[in-house]
Design a protein around this ligand. Sequence first.
Ligand code: GLA
Length: 383
Amino acid sequence: MKKTSLLQVACLLLAFAPARALENGLAQTPPMGWNSWNKFGCNVSEKLIKEMADALVTSGMKDAGYQYVVIDDCWQVSRDGEGNIVPDPQRFPSGMKALADYIHSKGLKFGIYSDAGTGTCQDRPGSRGYEFQDARQYAAWGVDYLKYDWCNHSTQEVKSSYSTMRDALKASGRPIVFSLCEWGEEAPWKWAAEIGNLWRTTGDITDCWSCTGQYTRGVMEILDAEVELWEYAGPGHWNDPDMLEVGNPGLSVEESRAHFSLWCMLAAPLMAGNDLRNMSAEIREILTNKEVIAVNQDPLGHQAAKYRDYGDWQVWSKELSGHSTAYAVLNRSDKPKEVSEYIGPAKKVRDLWKHADIALAEGGYFRGSVAPHSLVLLKVSGE
Ligand code: GLA
């Protein structure tokens, strides 16, 4: 019988080796920043983006950990005779390098958007066929983060399409966070960890507590889509339940608080999507609650799992470093709920919205009233 050569053994081992996570060293905790889409859609300009970078600093958000300022769709208008992508000259008259320099001068990072197909979702030029040229251009401008959409992809195969841009970003020589946006259609949690740092899990979020449109979903619908996905998240590779609607008009302050807390529990990227220039004190307080952000940024990188489901109210839990666990006691209903939930023996229980230590009821129970569309967020430490 013919002997198997060493080369054949090596090939076999490679073929059956588990997929390796993308090793660009980025997004070791969920990325935090601001993105233009949820509030401004196509109405982007260098003036707006600079004002938002300024507001990230003056609002205290930068100090709280927000870093990336990302221009979503509509910054690009065409390609020149050499195939170079052309930013809108009216809206970005100083060009992208100058804008990146401005953002960097504030100690922030710069993000941009493109699409794996021939056109973006707003029919601006996509990167299909120009991946390496675009990535080189982004690196020359000083881009630190790329969101990469999936419109106009025709018969393209998803994994190879996104892998091409991953390779192009790597070849550019600049560390660039790679954010996949194919809306969870092909279960990217199963294959995208070796390609990108984060991947969208659903269609677009909209600013409502609970609703379903043709392409959009409310906060509760997106939450429900994350239940099974906790095992796929970790340092460098995150499930992305879409950008924040905190502070946008369709959510009440309580709903914004719950939405933010849940995204922190889910180890979701925290990309604010509101107008940072004129937010209320309450919304700023939500977005900059350092105790809640610490749950999101915990170095273990665990995503919360649904721990109990009583229909109208649920308990989600997220393991944290330092022998601690965060619990979110969520009231999804329109009425206040009296809840009683066994938490167990604990050295310390902290209410992360009250910024106060609390005592559990006898027997290790959390007992209390949770307001409608709201939650109580607890950090429980030690036994
Ligand atoms: C898609 C994405 C959104 C946004 C728009 C821009 O719908 O899912 O997040 O980027 O495209 O056109």
